[in-house]
Every structure is written in C-alpha cells, then in structure tokens.
Design a protein around this ligand. Sequence first.
Ligand code: GTP
Ligand code: MG
Length: 671
Amino acid sequence: MAALNIQDIRNVVLVGHGGAGKTSLAEAMLHKTGATNRLGSVQDKSSILDSAEDEKEKLCSIDSAVCHVSHGGKHINIVDTPGGIDFCGQAIAGLIAAETAILVISAGAGIEVNTRKMMERAGRYGLGRFIVVNKIGAENVNIEPLLGAIQEMFGPQCQPLNLPAPGMKSVVDCFAQDSGDTAFGDVAAAHEGFVEAIVGADEALMEKYLAGEATDEEVRAAAAKAVAAGELIPVLFTDARTDIGIAELLDAICTFAPDPQVGLKRVLKREADEIEINPSDDNFVGQVFKVTNRANIKYVSVRVFSGKLTSDISVHTVDEKRGLRPGQLHRSQGDQVSDLPEGVAGDMVTLAKLDVKVGDTLFTGPGGVVAMPPVPSPMCSKAITPQSRGDEEKVLVALRRFTEEDPCFRIERIAQTHELVVQGVGELHLQTVLNRMAKQFKLHVDVHPQKIPYRETIVGSAMNVEYTHKKQTGGAGQFGRVIINLLPNERGAGYEFLDKIFGGAIDLSFRPSVDKGIRQQLEEGVLAGYPVVDVKVELIDGKTHPVDSKDIAFQIAGRGAFKEAFMKAKPVLLEPIVFIEVTVPTEYVGDILGDIASRRGRPEGQDSLPGDLAVVKAKVPLAEVSDYNSRLSSITGGQGSFSMELSHYEQIPSNVQQQVVAAAQKKKEGE
Ligand SMILES: Nc1nc2c(ncn2[C@@H]2O[C@H](COP(=O)(O)OP(=O)(O)OP(=O)(O)O)[C@@H](O)[C@H]2O)c(=O)[nH]1
Ligand SMILES: [Mg+2]
C-alpha cells in the first residue's frame, strides 16, 4: 500500500445531540463506499460503531468510534461521537482528531441543546464546521423553517451546499449549479450565498470575483480555506437510513473539508513558549483522543500532528520521561483493527496497551503539551463503598481505567469525610461507568449522596477555661493542667496558638504539647465531627508536676480544655456556598429563579446570550444543589446547563444546624 499523501487525508468528527443520526450517517458512509457490505444499523444492533454491550442495550453511542473510508481518491477518517450530554467527555476529546466537525441535526427535532454546545465548542477550538440536517426522509417533518433557524443561531456563514429536492428523495447541488427544483429555497440564491462566503475569506479572490474574473476552479480551490477559517459553514441535507445525500456528503468532505495542512494547526506549549505544529515538521507529535479498555485489551487512538509514528520509536509524554514503545500500529474500523505500517502526519493511528490517557500529548522531540479542548467540570458527585470488604484497592484500580477513557470522569478520596467519591457529568454518566465496572471487573459498589464538607467554628469567646488531666495508676502518673482563652479568628485566618504565659506555670517544653493536642481536636471537630476553623487559642496559665508531667498529659489537657471552651463559645457550623451559573432558554428564567430562591439561594445577576439564552448567576448552599443536575433537567427538559464552583463558607441557619448536629450524634451513637 502506498503511503498516504497528506493532501488526500480528511479527518472529520461527527458531533451533535443524541439520536440525531451520527452513527447512522457514519454507517451510511461506510456502506456507500463499500467499506462494509451491509448497512449497519443502530436499531438492529448491527452497527460496527456502537459495538459495546451497553450501547446495543441502550441503542445509543456511549464511546466514540473511529472508522475510515476511501472516496474520490481521498482517505477519510471519521470519528463518531456520543451525543448524550452525559457522555460529552469523549465527544469533546473527539475534536482533537479532526480538522472538521460535522454537526448533525435531526430534521424532526431541530437544533437541540447539545448541538448548540458542540457547535460552540468546535468553533472555539478552531475547527472548520459542516452542518448536516439528517432524517429528511422521515415522516411528518417540516424542514423548511430549520435552515432559517440555523442561520439565525449560528450565523450567516451557514450556507446550504445543497437543498432537498421535491419529495425529499434526493438533494439538489447549489454549488455546481445555480438553478433547479427544490422542496424549498432558491438554488440561485443559495449558489450566490455559498460562493460569496468562499471568496469573502480571500481578499485577492474577492477582487477577481467582483471583477467577474474568478473561475469555478479557483473558487472551489479556495473553499476549504474558507471552511477552516470559519467563514463558511456548508449546510447539507441527508437521510442516513434511505441513502439520500450520502454520496454528496462524501463529495463535500473531499472538496470542502480542509486537509491537515489547511485546517487547524495545533499549538505545542513548552514552558512559556507556544509553537505552532506544522505537519511537515520532522519530530513526531500526536495526541490521544480515545482510549478503550475492553476485554483486557487497551486500545489507544492517536492523531498524528507532525512527523511519523512507527512501531519501533520511543515516544514520550510530559509525565513519562522514560519513553514508551508504540508496538504494532493499527487502523480502526469500528471494533475491528487492521495492521498499519506507519502513522503519517495528518492520519489517525490506533495502538494497543500504551500507558496513556485521553488528552495526553505524545512526542519524540523536545516535546510539550497540546491543550485539549476544554471539558465541563464534572458536576455530579456520589460517594461509593465496595460491597465486598477489601475491594477498595481493586475498585480504585478499575475506576482509574475509566478516568483514562473519559476526561469528565474523576475519582477522589476526600480526606475530610473519608469518602471515595466519583464525579461525572450526570447520574447517567456515573451509572454507566459503575455498570461497566461491575460487568468487566465483577466489582460492585453501593452509591450514596456525598457528604457535605461542613466546618465548625465559634462566634463567641470563652475565657479562663481550665482543664486538668490527672492519672495515677500504679507506676508513672500523668499530670497536666492548662488554662486557655478561646476567641474567634477572622474568617479564613485559620487556627492560631498564642503562648501568653508569664513565668513558668507550664514548662516551656510542654507548651507545644498543648498546641499539638488542640490541633488533633481541630481535625476531629467538637460539635458534629467536622474540622474546626478560624479560632485563636491563648494559653494563659496552668500547672506542671515535677514528676508526672509529660507530653501526652499536656496534649490531653489541651484537648480537654479546647473542647470545653469550644462548647461555651457559641459554636456554629459553616457550610460551603457555591457560585452557580445556569444557562437556559430565556423562557425558563422565572422557574430557575423561583427554584433557586426555594433553595436558600441568592441571585447575583443575569446575562443574555445569542439564541434566546439567558445565564442566571446565584450563590447557593452546596447542600441544596447536590442534586441540581436532575433538578435542572426536569425544569428545562434537558435544555439547561450549569457550572458550579466553591465561593466561600458561611454560617448555617440554626434550624439546619440542629438537624446536622442531631444526625451526627445519631451516627456516633450507632457506631
Ligand atoms: N428515518 C430516519 N431515521 C434515522 C436516520 N438516521 C438515524 N435514524 C434513526 O434515529 C435513531 C438514532 O440514530 P443514531 O445513528 O443512533 O443517532 P446518534 O446521533 O448516533 O445518537 P447518539 O449515539 O445517541 O448520539 C436510530 O433509531 C436510527 O435508526 C435517518 O436519516 N432517517
Ligand atoms: Mg451514535
């Protein structure tokens, strides 16, 4: 097989809302080009792209999938991504692989929330974009208003490359011709709009065009550059099930999708330097865009940005200085792989068993890091406990594999609450990962809500609190007496210990023991078992025994005095307050504000976004929004999104405090 020419490579990633038909479109392209001899179907569980057990069960994509076709002398790599919001981590990672994102919209459902989000993400990341309106052959769809809605939401760069023919059984090319019969829309106007978007991206060509001197060939040759620059977003119509517009989509990818030399250039960050990677650079640079652990084989899909990947070179990541051997290179076709002699710049390669995770930059030269397109912070947290004792380590090892696959899945051990916490985009996301762990590793866990990390402090003072620890049993005794003042410290100032003893009431050597004892108590808490913050202790007096005084005695006395003083100094609980930004269609703003008010939240302003969207900002206690994912989803029918970050800690209302303290006491009695 002759080596691939970089000009002949097209890399596309299919993105958009769940159920729009991305997988079906990829299957249709595979079939159309003879890569498969039977049209794979998600519905019949015969898709080579939705090949995981749970994908077949749920009839949707959960992992991204890589495949390739040959068409019109071009090698087209296709990454099919899941459209479910819970699985957006893999979809976003898919952008790494491509020059062009193909946004797939279901003709019946219109522009849905995840289409909008992926459109923005692909644009911000710098990819060229296509929009494909799929399912045009489905019954009872009214497509006509959709084109206008697309242009209104995503801008006038969205120009139809074709339009459905009357009866919706084929499409009419609006670039090659400037007249024709359509189901809606005017071919002449579409032709002009399309051509003008192309020439608009190239000043010299624009001048020629205005002078009536630009040839069709020149315009065609400039098209991919206009797409790469975001000046043109071709809109196409298809029906994946009935093979309408598929050949035209393939043609369009060959002509209008930028090749790796024309499309987005990635940037390698090395300390303060940012170096644009050129495909013709000698050093190999690539990035991992997909990791799959299945049946004990780990497959890693890498996009080659520059240089050449071969099986015998040693590649590095920023964390892996020793170098990794890629081993046999493969090309993926859904769940199948075939051997590949080398990975040339611009191509995608699949490797087995490499110790890397999604987003890692691989390199041979001086190296650095290519940034990943940003993924949303995981907003759904659950605490888990293994059902079998002693499985904790195994669960950690298994879950770590899933963190390699999905940049939106994380695990964390929370020191303060001693919990193992899994974090993901939503409940479905976490459920899917935990189900996979149960199936693949036979590890079962119970899932609980995560504990709220409260803190304890005081709002009053307690002066001259005395505590004596005395123990006289048999041989050596223990004796320590301390007198302390306890005062509130400024919020955020932490703990302070001040030695205010005049004279030698306590030996100098034992004073740090008092401090040490108090520090232990700070960690354990006094009121409800949460750490104590922002207090000042003054050690003012005490007593030493010439024989029985020792370190441990003063530690115990310090703890005792602190506990007593704490309960006298108006103890309170502090709760974490988060800053949330909720993005919803404007019609839901009232409902969102009402809901926030009912959750002890305070609104902090509002912004509007294009496309009739609003951003509501508020500060809300974390305890009230731990289930916000499902709440927002039920208010907006899945059309909202939110981000959340810790703002500060604040005193909790006394009725809530009573509940938390009572719950802590009950738990202590139970132990
Ligand atoms: N009538 C019709 N149905 C289609 C078409 N494309 C897909 N479907 C059906 O729509 C459903 C969803 O299609 P998928 O290809 O799984 O959609 P997807 O975008 O990959 O969905 P996710 O993987 O969940 O993001 C399936 O039942 C398909 O058979 C089409 O062009 N016409
Ligand atoms: Mg799919």
